[in-house]
Design a protein around this ligand. Structure first.
Ligand code: PGA
Length: 250
């Protein structure tokens, strides 16, 4: 039985004061929830704060992006070893905002995935199609391409230490959620793809859904057999909503 993981993607939001309130509320409210894995992805300057406020709890924290390079003259970049210094155990790679706005290619995403694994952290590989791609029937081929690009860089066994997040781009921050059936269809296809390489890896991997997950749609999404949790953007900024989503998963 796969455990569910609910992760909050704070994106470029937060401040010392806001985070202090939010993290303290989460620790208190989720104390009794041992059934679900919970994580937050804060922006890099606040990872030290996550470490100090979450270290004694079961809530994990991670980064929203990382450099594919180990160190060197890469102004503005943050390396995996720096994230390890701040206690990160998870890193988002290939979020659609990084792919679209910052032009991250499948090849760069694959290198970041490999870098995260080499640092013994868990990459959360985000995949998903745009509205145009969905409407022209390319959803599955786009996702297969995104995952195969990573498999050119690492082995299938490496996916044992990874998480996949299916995030249809048209559902992110738009209030439009994929229907539970649409999510299930893609999640099952991702698991089938991995099973062609290794059935055990396919069975064990957590596949999260992301895209306008809210307290009122979480139950139906989590009821799908291949949905193992959620990557939550907007609703993760409201502690009450995020806790409700975590509790829906457990
Ligand atoms: P959303 O964001 O929940 O606000 O749609 C999800 C994400 O981008 O991870």
């Amino acid at each position: 039985m796969r455990r569910k993981l609910v992760a909050g993607n704070w994106k470029m939001h937060g401040s010392l004061a806001e985070n202090q309130t939010r993290l303290t509320q989460l620790v208190l409210a989720l104390k009794g929830n041992e059934a679900t894995d919970v994580a937050v992805f804060a922006t890099a300057p606040y990872l030290f704060q996550c470490k100090s406020l979450l270290a004694a709890s079961a809530i994990k924290w991670g980064a929203q992006d990382v450099s594919q390079f180990a160190s060197g003259a890469y102004t503005g970049e943050i390396s995996t070893s720096m994230l390890v210094d701040f206690g990160c155990s998870l890193v988002l790679v290939g979020h659609s905002e990084r792919r679209e706005i910052f032009h991250e290619t499948n090849a760069i995403v694959a290198q970041k995935f490999a870098a995260v694994l080499s640092a013994n952290m868990t990459p959360v590989l985000c995949v998903g199609e745009t509205l145009e791609q969905r409407e022209s029937g390319q959803t599955l081929s786009i996702i297969v391409e995104q995952i195969k690009a990573v498999l050119e860089e690492v082995s299938i066994a490496d996916f044992k230490q990874a998480v996949i997040a299916y995030e249809p781009v048209w559902a992110i921050g738009t209030g439009k959620t994929a229907t539970p059936e649409q999510a299930q269809e893609v999640h099952a296809a991702i698991r089938d793809l991995l099973a062609q390489y290794d059935a055990n890896v396919a069975q064990g991997i957590q596949i999260l859904y992301g895209g306008s997950v809210k307290p009122d749609n979480a139950d139906a999404i989590f009821a799908q057999p291949d949905v193992d949790g959620a990557l939550v953007g907007g609703a993760s900024l409201n502690s009450d909503d995020f806790v409700k989503i975590c509790n829906a998963a457990g």
